[in-house]
Structures are given as structure tokens and as C-alpha cells.
Write a protein that binds this ligand. Structure first.
Ligand SMILES: *[C@@H]1O[C@H](CO)[C@@H](O)[C@H](O)[C@H]1NC(C)=O
Ligand SMILES: *[C@@H]1O[C@H](CO)[C@@H](O)[C@H](O)[C@H]1NC(C)=O
Length: 225
């Protein structure tokens, strides 16, 4: 507390100091006392994702709007985004990620598929925790949220009351708003199967390209691990 003492020294010697000017000093003292007593509330940490859930998201990428179903299945080692762009709901785009590092990106309406060897597994339930920096509490569309940033890559909003995610914002400007969050929901096995044209060299009308440079188009890129 030597810093505080030296700060106070010149002020206390000026006896005719107006009381109004002493107010900031008093609050400074209170702050110091609080700090000395130890912060009673530890810095909040992000709630890990449940092992399995289904979320519906509204996504905004600089005005390019989409709705997405996110099926997260940690025990199954798989993660699926089904994205329907505005006025293109009949041609959903799939981002199908497997724990062995393979991702498939396909549009059944066009029989187009691209696969990528990402080199890492799917996001762990606690993917946000390591290296997350707490930014404090902020309002997100009426929800009182804890907010964290990770590696200048993502800003993540979690409802203080229910601990559910409310939204996340990527540094690219892509924002996902969580509209529903069903803990424990699991998609049927058949729906996880990547289509056959993902496994052929010249997959009929569409094409299947394999990329092994780790380039990742995932909606939460796995490099965040
Ligand atoms: C929005 O972005 C997706 C993905 O890049 C694209 O396929 C789609 O055509 C875009 N929508 C519009 C209206 O530009
Ligand atoms: C990854 O897992 C899937 C599903 O089990 C399997 O079909 C695929 O061959 C695996 N890929 C690699 C590179 O091991």
C-alpha cells in the first residue's frame, strides 16, 4: 500500500482542500481496500458444452444470412452443421466433421462435395476454456452475458443465468445467434453418413476434392483447439 500512501501524502497536507476533491481519493481508498481483501468472486470460466446437443443458429455474415442446425456429438466423435442460406433452404450445405480429422463439405442438391484433412479432432466440450480471456459482462439482445475472447479469433457470449451460449462472433465478422439449445439431443446415425459422391474421384455431376493442407472451412474452425 506504499503507492496509496505516497498518493495521499500531498493531498492531506493541503488542509484547505475542498471536500469535493477528496471524493475521488475516498473511492480510490475503497478500491484499494477491496483489492487488499482479495476479490471475492473468481473470474468466470466458460461452461463446457454438454457432450451432446442440438442448437439452431441464425448466422449473419456481413448481411449474408443463414439458419443452421448444429449437431454436436462428442461421444460419437462427430459434429455437423447443416446450413440453409437465405432463399436457398432447398439446397442445404453440410459441414460434417469427424474426430479423425476428416471434414466433408457438401451440397446434396448439387452433388458437390469437398473433403479436407484437418489434422485435428472435433472441438472438445471445453474447447473455449484454455486461453480464453474474460471480457466481463455485456448485454446481448436482452441477455445478461459473460463474455470471453479467445486468441482474437472468437468472442463468445454465455447467458449468466442459464449458462447457455447466446451468440458468438468470429473475427471475420461472422456472427451466430443461438435460437435454441437442446441438451442431449442426438441426430440419427444415417444422417451423419457423408454421401457416396464424397468418396469417388469424379463424383458424377459434382466433384470431390481432397485438401490436405489443413485449410478448414468449418463453422468453428478446429484450429481454435
Ligand atoms: C451467402 O454465402 C454463401 C456461402 O459463401 C453463398 O453460397 C450464398 O450464395 C450467399 N448468399 C447470397 C445471397 O449471396
Ligand atoms: C474417419 O472416420 C470415418 C468414419 O468412421 C471413416 O469412414 C474414415 O475412413 C476415417 N478417415 C480416416 C482418414 O481415417
Amino acid at each position: 500500500m506504499t503507492a496509496t500512501a505516497s498518493l495521499l501524502q500531498p493531498i492531506t497536507t493541503v488542509s484547505e482542500m475542498k471536500p469535493l476533491l477528496l471524493l475521488p481519493v475516498a473511492s480510490l481508498l475503497l478500491l484499494c481496500a477491496a483489492a487488499a481483501a482479495g476479490d471475492p468472486t473468481p473470474t468466470p470460466t466458460p461452461t463446457p458444452w454438454p457432450p451432446q446437443f442440438h442448437a439452431t443458429l441464425v448466422m449473419d455474415y456481413h448481411g449474408n444470412m443463414s439458419v443452421a442446425d448444429l449437431w454436436y456429438d462428442w461421444p460419437g466423435g462427430r459434429n455437423l452443421h447443416v446450413i440453409r442460406y437465405q432463399l436457398a433452404a432447398d439446397a442445404p450445405y453440410y459441414d460434417n466433421e469427424w474426430n479423425n480429422g476428416t471434414s466433408f463439405f457438401y451440397t446434396p442438391a448439387r452433388r458437390s462435395c469437398r473433403s479436407a484433412a484437418v489434422g485435428v479432432g472435433i472441438l472438445r466440450p471445453d474447447w473455449l476454456r484454455p486461453g480464453a480471456v474474460y471480457l466481463g459482462r455485456r448485454d446481448a439482445g436482452g441477455f445478461d452475458c459473460h463474455v470471453w475472447a479467445k486468441a482474437d479469433f472468437i468472442t463468445y457470449y454465455e447467458d449468466v443465468r442459464t449458462k447457455r451460449p447466446v451468440k458468438w462472433v468470429f473475427y471475420t465478422g461472422r456472427t451466430a445467434y443461438v435460437m435454441s439449445f437442446e441438451v442431449g439431443a442426438v441426430l440419427e446415425n444415417a444422417a451423419w453418413q457423408a454421401p457416396e459422391y464424397c468418396f469417388t474421384k469424379d463424383g458424377g455431376i459434382g466433384e470431390s476434392t481432397k485438401i490436405s493442407d489443413g485449410h478448414d472451412d468449418s463453422f468453428i474452425p478446429r484450429s481454435v483447439l
